[in-house]
Design a protein. Structure first.
Length: 171
């Protein structure tokens, strides 16, 4: 604290000495020099005030905001894909037609990838093993020879879909 006061006093002393020399050398411009002197004193006061804020929270002044790691922007493609899947789930729950032609291909793709990647079972090539691993209820949705029902027929309820997703995660 004392060092700060000494620096402020030295700055005011130097500014005053310069003002005195300028007023003695060029007395006709005294009002201009006094105005500049007032600006210098104001700058010293603002600088000391800002410097005193550093004592409140010194960690905040250690790093510049430009030195922080940049925030990663959200992936718009990922959000769009989640929105697309959400629409497929809503449509698949609405009626049998949308379940068969919209949601079922996604479920088949996930089931085929999980079966082949984790168990080495081809969904279409080895239907008996795939049915045993998936279970009868999920198999009825993803089997290759599934026939589409009535367009106005009920779709896949959300609770049942959640069970199918849990089954796929268990593979």
């Amino acid at each position: 604290m004392r060092g700060r006061l000494v620096r402020i006093g030295a700055a005011v002393f130097v500014a005053s000495a310069i003002l005195l020399v300028l007023v003695i050398l060029v007395p006709s411009r005294r009002s201009l020099f006094v105005g500049i002197y007032e600006l210098v004193l104001a700058a010293i006061a603002v600088g000391s005030l800002v410097g005193s804020f550093r004592t409140f929270e010194p960690e905040a002044w250690m790093r510049s905001p430009f030195e922080r790691d940049p925030e990663k922007p959200e992936e718009p493609q990922t959000i769009a894909e989640l929105d697309r899947i959400d629409r497929l789930v809503v449509l698949g729950a609405a009626n049998e037609f949308d379940l068969h032609y919209r949601l079922r291909p996604l479920l088949r793709q996930i089931a085929a990838e999980r079966l082949y990647g984790l168990r080495g079972v081809d969904l279409d090539g080895d239907p008996e093993r795939a049915r045993a691993l998936l279970g009868d209820e999920l198999w009825e949705v993803v089997r290759p020879d599934r026939k589409v029902g009535r367009r106005a027929g009920p779709g896949l309820p959300a609770a049942e879909l959640a069970g199918h997703v849990a089954r796929l995660e268990q593979l």
